[in-house]
Design a protein around this ligand. Structure first.
Ligand SMILES: [Zn+2]
Length: 310
């Protein structure tokens, strides 16, 4: 459509686009109707040019970067959060809430589109999920794996745990530099799943050996490490997986709420209550089991002291 060409699509193909059939494009949902629409466009001299012009005008008005960024900027303003910056530096971006600082190294989706997967490091010690590029980005941030005290994994989708085997191997390598093994908190079955993914190609530290303190967590569980206190909240994401989200309390009392992936559900209120910083992954529709932007508006009302929402 941006090229000014006439488009024939199915309803599903145009899902999520704010376009009007017959004005911006033609729709055909059956094996008969789709070719009918193609022939109609090809045999009508004026129709392709009219559709192409209308489609391009629609794209420019609604989906051009300047229009999209302006809407996103307004949305952040509505949430009371600072405007998102431009592209992140290799060292990531910092958000602060009280005495709790979180570094993010990108805000990509599971399907990337040239971006990194989302990753978050709190005060250089607490890792929230472990996407595939985690280890290399810790090096870029100047953070040794031996500095990571706590790793909290939300669920077993690979964009959230795909870097875990190499991180554990590096932690094993640097084990002598630390006074206590890293504490990993994860839903039940996660360690076995990691082992199944990695196979025998790498020698993961065993749960319970000197190099790894692995905790299987359930809804309502709490754990502590150093100045950190963590509470677990079970949320809804993928019916085949347990998804745990976390409230991380720093020594000074600041609370960070983190959703790995989740759809809006009743337990979200428990997760975000009183949090000073909410990090939430969003999608553009609820059908994928994620927050949608409008869900964030509702959540933000539960965080009156909020500093940032994602
Ligand atoms: Zn997921």
């Amino acid at each position: 459509m941006a090229l000014g060409k006439a488009v024939v699509s199915t309803t599903v193909g145009a899902e999520g686009l704010e376009v009007a059939p017959e004005r911006d494009l033609l729709l055909g949902d059956t094996a008969e109707r789709f070719p009918e629409q193609l022939v109609r466009a090809l045999e009508n001299d004026a129709l392709p040019a009219r559709l192409g012009a209308a489609g391009r005008a629609r794209v420019c008005a609604r989906y051009d970067w300047s229009a999209a960024v302006a809407r996103l900027d307004a949305f952040y303003g509505e949430l009371g959060a600072p405007s998102p910056p431009g592209p992140l530096s290799p060292a990531g971006r910092e958000e602060r809430s009280g005495r709790c600082a979180s570094t993010a190294w990108d805000r990509g989706s599971a399907y990337l589109h040239g971006r990194y997967w989302s990753g978050f490091l709190v005060d250089g010690q607490v890792l929230l999920d472990c996407p595939p590029q985690t280890l290399v980005h810790l090096f870029k941030l100047g953070v040794a794996s031996s500095a990571i005290e706590l790793v909290l994994l939300t669920h077993a989708h690979s964009d959230h745990i795909g870097g875990m085997d190499l991180l554990l191997l590096d932690m094993k390598r640097t084990h002598a530099e630390r006074s206590a093994p890293p504490l990993v908190g994860a839903p039940p079955g996660m360690y076995e799943r990691l082992r199944a993914i990695v196979g025998t190609s790498t020698r993961l530290p065993e749960r319970g050996d000197a190099a790894l303190d692995w905790h299987e967590l359930h809804d309502g569980d709490a754990l502590e490490r150093g100045p950190w206190r963590v509470e677990c909240v079970k949320l809804e994401h993928d019916a085949e997986l347990v998804a745990l989200d976390y409230r991380v309390r720093a020594a000074g009392g600041a609370v960070l709420a983190y959703t790995g992936d989740t759809r809006d559900c009743a337990a979200v209120d428990r997760l975000v209550a009183g949090a000073g910083l909410l990090i939430a992954e969003c999608a553009t529709d609820r059908a994928s089991g994620h927050f949608e932007w409008n869900d964030l508006r509702r959540c933000a009302r539960g965080c009156p002291q909020r500093h940032a929402c994602w």
